[in-house]
Structure formats: structure tokens, C-alpha cells
Design a protein around this ligand. Structure first.
Ligand code: TYM
Length: 329
């Protein structure tokens, strides 16, 4: 029996190369070894105000993007979270096993509530419980994510263990998977921070950015006033960030990337990294994406049948959970 993977991405704004190297690329490499469910987590997205038309379009586009990145819909269950009610239902059950103190300590909650001070809503606070439900719903063994999701994953494990300690072996306790290279891709405009959708155009490279835009963004990447190309995240955050992107784009380790640029100038590093991203990541993905997006009916059919498949895996776990707490089925 293959083990199960669950992971997801929010359909907010554009997906960037941080999402790709930290998550999607690894989803693709794990798709043969595991039973995989990859969700477009629209219920998570609405914890921040979204423009409805944009959310609608981004959600449909995300399906094409997942496939363009190499996820095969015949091997994986690729679906839209809100198409399966099990997520919201299990979230409620698990919210009765999540402590307010735990949620209040979540870094992402603190960051997001600081950025959206006028809309600190219950959904934003409970977000990690919904994420826990996503994962536990399918008996998930492994969750491939970027570094920034580790705290949420620890909470998911704690909730699963807590529930199991009371009711017996209901949930599989999930393990986290983060890649050796690319788990925390840095912002190009402030390399002490992670690349993020919400920190402005100049900080990220979108997977769908045209080649000239990708080149321009890398050329403007913040580095330092030194001249040596060396991996040293403490003292040379910008250069280290670029070396990490290069290593991830070319599937080499950081030491090999550093050797390649020994004695070279910063300008050369920037254009070479940009070209590697264009040739190995954005151009091939965009070619497939532009083809897939022309056939929305096909995408809608995949979304529908995948949601049914997700429900067939999740429903038995949902029932088991309800039964455990004493709900009448
Ligand atoms: P989201 O939509 O913010 O990001 C999707 C994935 O991309 C990773 N990521 C990064 N990796 C490396 N460097 C970066 N700069 C970078 N930025 C983002 C994220 O770690 C993530 O893996 N809460 C999740 C979505 C989610 C989920 C789940 C994930 C909902 N339910 C269940 C796993 C399991 C999120 O907001 O990801």
C-alpha cells in the first residue's frame, strides 16, 4: 500500500518561484511513490478579503498551473478544497480540540493580523485548525511544504495526538517534508525575508512572469556592497538567496552553485540565475499552462471527478471521527 500525501496552495494572486521550489516541485517528484492529494485551498484564501472575480479566476487557473508544473491528474487527486464539504466539517470537530493559546502563538496569524488590522476575523485565527483538518481528513502520512508551514504542521501533529489520546487511534500523525534546497526562497527586494505574494511585485518572481520581467527583477535584486560570491546567509543574505535559487533551478547543491560563480561578478550571477529560472522553470511551465488554459471544460471535469475521489477517501475518516466523539450517524 502506498502512503498518502496531502498538500495545498492558496489561490491568491500569482504563484511565485518560492511556491514552486518550496512546494510544487517536490509534489511532482513524490507523485509516483505516494497516493497524493493536492488541493487548491480556496477556503483558506477567504480568511483575507479577496476580490470575488479574481478569486474565481485564480482558483480555476491554479488547476492548470498545478498540471503545467508537472502534476498528472491521473496519478494525483487535484481538486478545489471547497468542492468537498469534509474540510469544513472536520475543521469544526477539530476546533473543539484546539486551544486558543496555541492559535494565538502562530507566527502566520501574528503576521497576517498585523497586515490586516481591520479584519482580524475568526477564520484567520482558526486557519491552522482548517489546515489540520485538510491533512488529517485523508490519513495523511507526509506533508510536503516550505519552511514557513512547519509551525502549522507541528500543531496538526499535536491535535492528532491529543485526539488519539482521548479516543484511540483515529488519526494518522503526519510527518512534514521540506526540501534540502528551496524550503525558504528569499525576497529579491529584502533578502532577509522570505519571498511572498503580499510584499509587492519587486520581491517575487511569478511563475507566469514573462522572461524579460524575470530578467529585470533579478537584475534589480538587492545584494551587498562587497564583491565576493559566497554562501553566507548571515552576512550576505542577497547573494546567498540567489545561490539558493540557482541551486534549486539547476538541481545542484549550494556548494556546487558557489563553485560555479567563484571569481565572477555580481552582475554575472544575477543574469545567470535569471536565465536558469527562465530556461528550467518559467518558460517550460508557461508553454504547458498556455495550452491547458485553452480548455476550461477539461479542467472543470478534472476538478469535479477529483473532488469526488477526495470525498471517497475523506468520508470514512470523517465518520470515524464523528463516531469517536459520540455523534449519532
Ligand atoms: P501558501 O499558499 O502560502 O504557499 C504554498 C506553498 O508554498 C510554500 N512557500 C514557500 N516555499 C519556499 N519559499 C518561499 N518563499 C515560500 N512561500 C511559500 C509554502 O510553504 C507552501 O508549502 N497554509 C498553506 C496552504 C495549506 C496547506 C494545507 C499546506 C492549506 N492547507 C495543508 C499543506 C497542508 C499556505 O498558505 O500555503
Amino acid at each position: 500500500m502506498k502512503k498518502t500525501i496531502f498538500s495545498g496552495m492558496q489561490p491568491t494572486g500569482v504563484a511565485h518561484i518560492g511556491n514552486y521550489f518550496g512546494a510544487i516541485k517536490n509534489w511532482v517528484s513524490l507523485q509516483d511513490e505516494y497516493n497524493c492529494l493536492y488541493s487548491i485551498v480556496d477556503l483558506h484564501a477567504i480568511t483575507i478579503r479577496q476580490n470575488p472575480e479574481e478569486l474565481y479566476q485564480n482558483t480555476l487557473n491554479a488547476l492548470a498551473l498545478y498540471m503545467a508544473c508537472g502534476l498528472d491528474p491521473d496519478k494525483n487527486t487535484i481538486y478545489i478544497q471547497s468542492h468537498y464539504h469534509g474540510h469544513a466539517e472536520l475543521c469544526w470537530l477539530l476546533s473543539c480540540f484546539t486551544y486558543m493559546g496555541e492559535l494565538g502563538r502562530m507566527t502566520q496569524y501574528k503576521d497576517k493580523s498585523a497586515k490586516n488590522a481591520d479584519n482580524i476575523n475568526l477564520g484567520l485565527f482558526a486557519y491552522p485548525t482548517l489546515q489540520t483538518a485538510d491533512i488529517l481528513l485523508f490519513g495523511t502520512h507526509l506533508v510536503p511544504v516550505g519552511d514557513d508551514q512547519k509551525q502549522h504542521l507541528e500543531l496538526a501533529r499535536d491535535i492528532a495526538i491529543r485526539f488519539n489520546n482521548i479516543y484511540g487511534d483515529v488519526f494518522t500523525v503526519p510527518e512534514v517534508f521540506t526540501p534540502k534546497t528551496g524550503a525558504r526562497i528569499k525576497s529579491l527586494s529584502d533578502p532577509t525575508k522570505k519571498m511572498s505574494k503580499s510584499d509587492g511585485e519587486a520581491n517575487y518572481v511569478g511563475i507566469l512572469d514573462p522572461a524579460d520581467v524575470v530578467m529585470k527583477k533579478f537584475k534589480r535584486a538587492v545584494t551587498d556592497s562587497d564583491t565576493e560570491i559566497r554562501y553566507d546567509p548571515e552576512n550576505k543574505a542577497g547573494i546567498s538567496g540567489l545561490l539558493e535559487i540557482y541551486a534549486a533551478a539547476c538541481n545542484v547543491d549550494i556548494a556546487a552553485a558557489q563553485r560555479e560563480f567563484e571569481g565572477k561578478q555580481y552582475g554575472h550571477l544575477k543574469t545567470t540565475v535569471a536565465q536558469a529560472v527562465i530556461d528550467n522553470v518559467t518558460t517550460p511551465i508557461q508553454t504547458k499552462y498556455n495550452h491547458l488554459i485553452k480548455n476550461p471544460d477539461h479542467l472543470a471535469n478534472i476538478a469535479k471527478s477529483s473532488a469526488e475521489k477526495a470525498a471517497s477517501i475523506g468520508n470514512p475518516v470523517l465518520e470515524k471521527t464523528k463516531k469517536a466523539v459520540g455523534l449519532v450517524l
